[in-house]
Design a protein. Sequence first.
Length: 407
Amino acid sequence: MTKDYTPSKKILENYAKVLVNFALNSGKGIKKGEVVRIVCGESARPLYFELQKAVIKSGGHVIGSYLPDDDADHNFGKMFYDYASDEQLKFIPKKYHTSLIEDCDHQIFVISKNMISPLKGVDPKKMMQRGEVFKPFMDMRHKKEDAGKFTWTLGLYGTDAMAKEAKLSPKVYWDQIIKACFLDEKDPVKKWKETQKNIKKYEDRLNKMAIEKLHVVGKDVDLWIKLTPKSKWVGGSGRNIPSFEIFTSPDWRGTEGWIKFNQPLYRYGNLIEGIQLWFKNGVVVKSVATKNHEVLKQMIATKNADKVGEFSMTDGRFSRITKFMGETLYDENVGGKYGNTHIALGNAYTDCYKGDPSKVSKQQWAQLGYNNSSVHTDIISTADRTITAYLKNGATKIVYKKGRYTF
């Protein structure tokens, strides 16, 4: 068995610094005495080591969650879905997960996998059902986050299998990670803070516009997105590394029109291609996919996964990602000629709220039009699109064109 391509120790040290000393605490890094849970797969062992070291050197405490890789002989995830009874699918150790949420100040989750499509062939209904079981604990975590007592970030560790899935060589795959995360910079944390500052300039301008709705137009889209009176634009917070997008959570009830996506979606162990969606009164009334449409339909059939929870745009000038990576974390931040625009079906982000989200009740979220679902699925397009903002004073303003912010 050949060993996967591994970047240099310096690159991994820089990666750990970015995730621990920038991404957590909303771009400020961890404080001495804080507790960080690190969730990492076996294939990402070199980064797992550096992350633990970075937390300890910063005076923090580690709760480690080191997961075995799936392979052809020992596919843990698929085995569970193949053999679990309905009762087992619904089981969750409540005290364990509750205590984790209570004990942790931050979480770093590293995406990595050792085989292509490990959950291929699994009944999508079972995976949706499992997601519903975990939703109460995600709600608990969001509540702690809304109160300013918890932050998280996602990172990606490339493997040969992931590179092959994206039809790239392992070195080219890692080159994308290195460039996207500024790991080739002398001081990547400083570079991220500069980038965050630049993104925030546009974020602040958007939040001052008093936008009522957006009209997204292109050869493959004619879509209206309605914002709530409390919708806030967010970007560069460190929640994802890398992250170059500026996004908001709209009033799902005002989504109208049609949209096509030119990027594939890897979801639940399946590649979904050629996705098109039609909306009426905020709900998906028709969907098309040229590959694995059944998986898409099952996802949309999940409670409130037929509604929009996020709208996002990425200015291609910020992102150094130029290739399809087969992972949403990167594909939703791709740059290139036209940047990218995307929507997410499912759950809205409560941090996209002008005000204190910890003081908003479930009923108030619903009244505002913030969607609530166990699913959050980003679907991306890198096509040329023009986005026009319709303001409360009756004026209109083009805010995005040719992959660039225009304000």
